[in-house]
Design a protein around this ligand. Structure first.
Ligand code: FAD
Length: 323
């Protein structure tokens, strides 16, 4: 088996792959947190991505695929292995169908569709991150999620490129089959939209971005909501009865409601803080660590567990080793 040094040399020889070593992952996460990756590589080429995976696999290196790092908590110890990012960002349309590479930003995709008078993604305006991760986590907002518009997802399963139709992706609230196959990488997706009035779409998107920017200032080092909301129908009857009807939206109870009941607002560990205006928003006030972030998340989960007997599940994804 090739050594890590030989694998590095092989990676360095792959055309179209930008490789670096001892790369601080804090530069690649919106939290601004994370130690070094032994190896870090980006590419816009599917062939280079597949070759990089093969080189890493040949040397038994661990691999983590990331997007724009807006939903990641990376360990302070970084990542022993190769961190890979697929960056191709093309967006094309034919009639009501749009095909998009996974590395495109979701915002660029939303703008593209709005400007062509195509309805269906405008409520996702302002959600940070790449299209690949949006499909992986079925990103959504204001009652809609990307899965409503995805018709086909092309991905690499470790040996070949495959295509799944929407129902094969098993989309659910912030879920997809890709979340249980971390070795799969999404390369592109096709979406089906509806024709609509461009000015109306623009107004909707602009209004949503304005609201978002108030809630999540663009410089805030955070991951949006830390925990997933809860489906009312899944709550134990005794808990469901305590939830005021006015807090339920589209059948979901905001995780923030439970967090507020346990006094989460303003809680902190070191420089990691829960916003005092939003109990499900944790941010790095500057110089915070992944250890403190993980500890604060654990503390909030414990408070909710003790009071309600519920397990809050992170929406945010972890990279590297914790605890
Ligand atoms: C201020 C703010 C507001 C937010 N608001 C929302 C919101 O309203 N709704 C919402 O849904 N999310 C929201 N988020 C979360 C975040 O925007 C989404 O989760 C986004 O889809 C993450 O994209 P990313 O490219 O940054 O992914 P990363 O954070 O880099 O990665 C997230 C996960 O996606 C996986 N992944 C990345 N690329 C691929 C790929 N090509 N193939 C397979 N897996 C891949 C990674 O392995 C990782 O597990 C918010 C985040 C922030 C910071």
């Amino acid at each position: 088996m090739p050594t890590a040094e030989q694998a590095q040399a092989r990676l360095a020889g792959i055309p179209g792959l930008e490789l670096s070593t001892h790369t601080p992952l804090s530069r690649h996460t919106r939290f601004g947190i994370g130690g070094d990756a032994d190896l870090y590589a980006e590419t816009e080429s599917e062939d280079a991505f597949v070759a990089a995976l093969a080189a890493a696999r040949g040397a038994a290196l661990d691999v983590a695929v990331i997007g724009d790092g807006t939903n990641l908590i990376v360990s302070d110890d970084g990542f022993r292995g190769l961190v890979l990012r697929y960056r191709a960002g093309g967006i094309r349309s034919e009639g009501n169908c749009v095909s998009v590479d996974a590395g495109a930003s979701l915002d660029a995709l939303v703008d593209f569709t709005v400007e062509r008078g195509l309805e269906g993604l405008e409520t996702l305006a302002g959600i940070p991150g790449s299209v690949g991760a949006a499909v992986y986590g079925n990103a959504g907002a204001y009652g809609h999620s990307i899965s409503e518009r995805v018709s086909i997802v092309r991905f690499f399963d470790g040996s070949q490129v495959r295509a799944f139709a929407n129902r094969e992706c098993r989309f659910a609230y912030r879920e997809s089959l890709f979340k249980s196959h971390k070795e799969w990488t999404i390369f592109s997706a096709e979406l089906r939209l509806d024709p609509a009035d461009r000015a109306t779409l623009r107004r909707t998107a602009a209004g949503i971005v304005e609201t978002r920017n108030r809630k999540f200032p663009t410089t805030l080092k955070c991951a949006g909501s830390i925990f997933k909301n809860l489906l009312l129908k899944d709550l134990p009857a005794g808990v469901a009865l305590q939830v005021p009807a006015s807090t339920v939206r589209e059948g979901k109870v905001p995780a923030a409601w439970f967090l507020e009941q346990v006094g989460a607002k303003g809680a902190h560990r070191g420089e990691i803080r829960v916003a005092d205006y939003h109990a499900n928003l944790i941010y790095n006030a500057g110089g915070g660590t992944a250890a403190d972030l993980r500890a604060l998340i654990g503390e909030l989960q414990a408070r909710v567990r003790v009071r309600f007997g519920l397990e809050l599940e992170e929406e945010v994804q972890y990279v590297g080793r914790f605890g």
